[in-house]
Design a protein around this ligand. Structure first.
Ligand SMILES: [Zn+2]
Length: 247
């Protein structure tokens, strides 16, 4: 256990709950400012975690191209090292590449130097594949501690969370996942000026190994992309989404 946790009195269950909230809640700003929405209600930032994945990412690139949709890919460094050509291809399609650590650990339990090492190794993999490091970072499972966001910032990255996490990694059917993604359309129908837009978190890979099956994710997007477009949503990268400062 790290020193900052020992400082929490054992009896203070509320403090424990607050820390759990701050560590995992996508909107919590307890451990530092994060980006978790876009600047306008008609801007939808679609993001993909846990790739690159040769079994899924190429199909996804084709699908996104069909709708001229740009997205943000939070890549795992060790997969980038195994698939440098695919990594480069994602960038060449106009998508933003972002950092999702080297090995996908739960950062909550790691020391600051271990957190920094995970981030830097992924930056190194991205640099080797494309010539550039990432400007955006997403912690595995969204877990943060007091130094995750600060360390990302010291390495030149803003931390990105989400407004909607449909749970595509546990989808048993495309219908189930399609329903779980319906809040995006509901909010787009009701949106008013001055509101923020959604950051959708999906997965084109599985963090344990290359080749994870995310075909429900592709099929649910095949359903939603034309409908979202018809509702007036614009598909933006995180770089395009943060014209306003993070709050
Ligand atoms: Zn992940």
């Amino acid at each position: 256990m790290d020193a900052w946790l020992i400082g929490v009195p054992a009896a203070a269950t509320l403090a424990g709950a607050a820390i759990a909230f701050g560590a995992a809640n996508p909107r919590s700003q307890m451990f530092g400012g994060t980006i978790f929405h876009t600047a306008a209600p008609d801007q939808l930032a679609i993001t993909f975690d846990d790739g690159p994945n040769p079994a899924i990412t190429p199909k996804l690139l084709d699908l996104l191209s069909r709708y001229d949709a740009k997205a943000t890919f939070f890549l795992i460094g060790r997969f980038v090292r195994e698939c440098p050509a695919l990594t480069k291809e994602i960038a060449e399609h106009g998508h933003v590449l972002a950092n999702h650590t080297e090995t996908h650990p739960n950062l909550f339990w790691l020391t600051q130097s271990a957190v920094s090492d995970e981030m830097q190794r992924c930056q190194g993999a991205l640099q080797a594949a494309t010539g550039d490091g990432a400007k955006y970072f997403r912690p595995p499972w969204g877990f943060r501690n007091p130094w995750v966001i600060r360390t990302a910032s010291e390495l030149g990255m803003q931390t990105v969370m989400w407004t909607l996490l449909p749970g595509d990694w546990r989808a048993r059917s495309t219908e189930w996942l399609t329903e779980r993604m319906r809040p995006i359309a509901r909010r787009a129908e009701r949106s008013a000026a001055g509101q923020a837009g959604d950051v959708l978190c999906l997965h084109d890979g599985a963090h344990r190994a290359l080749g994870g099956d995310r075909s429900h994710t592709i099929k649910a997007l095949e359903y939603w992309l034309p409908r979202w477009r018809d509702l007036g949503l614009k598909f933006v990268t995180i770089s395009q989404a943060v014209k306003l400062p993070a709050r």
